[in-house]
Write a new protein. Structure first.
Lengths: 113, 109
């Protein structure tokens, strides 16, 4: 099992460009989420999904879109990248019966120039 | 509101015992999780205390007092590989956790 797979691992964008961070899981977990981690800021929840077809906003959703068409995939879209979106992005999954236990992908390091 | 406090940094020597405290306030009442993150890596789950008391997993133990909104992670027989950041993360719903800035643990030989 691959667990939680994120692509790309590294990306450099110019201000205004758009891109999609991919997240795929093979654990059949209903819950998926996206976090961003900035130096000294900890992890902040961007968007989350409790199942296919259902998404909701977290703490810092502005500038990001998500969709959940399948259980396995939860892509994060940056519509018009800004330097403030330079960060490390983590996708996480959770078994619906296991409160508090998240499984994280390896992260995607994004730099916006 | 929701808030969380833990020390920013802790240092210790190999073989020692260290305790990382966490106080929190959330809208939920779901217990407390702990995560470890090495530099450049992803957070990994260590433990989840659903009930009050001490849970032991090898060299690591985690304690929770829900009435005090307080918990701690106890690391025993410290090893160099334990140098990492540790996050307490109280769930504020069945599928949402709060992460603070974490505690950076440095273990010296």
């Amino acid at each position: 099992n691959a667990g939680v797979t994120q692509t790309p691992k590294f990306q450099v964008l110019k201000t205004g460009q758009s891109m999609t961070l991919q997240c795929a899981q093979d654990m059949n977990h209903e819950y998926m989420s996206w976090y961003r981690q900035d130096p000294g800021m900890g992890l902040r929840l961007i968007h989350y999904s409790v199942g296919a077809g259902i998404t909701d906003q977290g703490e810092v959703p502005n500038g990001y879109n998500v969709s959940r068409s399948t259980t396995e995939d939860f892509p994060l879209r940056l519509l018009s990248a800004a330097p403030s979106q330079t960060s490390v992005y983590f996708c996480a999954t959770q078994d619906s019966g296991m409160v508090g236990e998240l499984f994280f992908g390896e992260g995607s390091r994004l730099t916006v120039l | 509101g929701q808030s969380l406090e833990q020390p920013s940094e802790v240092t210790a020597v190999e073989g020692a015992i260290v305790q990382i405290n966490c106080t929190y306030q959330t809208s939920g009442f779901y217990g407390l999780s702990w995560y470890q993150q090495h530099d450049g890596g992803a957070p990994t789950f260590l433990s989840y205390n659903a009930l009050d008391g001490l849970e032991e997993t090898g060299r690591f133990s985690s304690f929770l007092s829900r009435s005090d909104s307080y918990g701690y992670l106890l690391l025993q027989e410290l090893q160099m590989k334990d140098s990492a950041s540790y996050f307490c993360a109280p769930p504020w719903d069945t599928d949402k956790l709060i992460f603070g800035t974490g505690t950076r643990l440095q273990v010296f030989p």
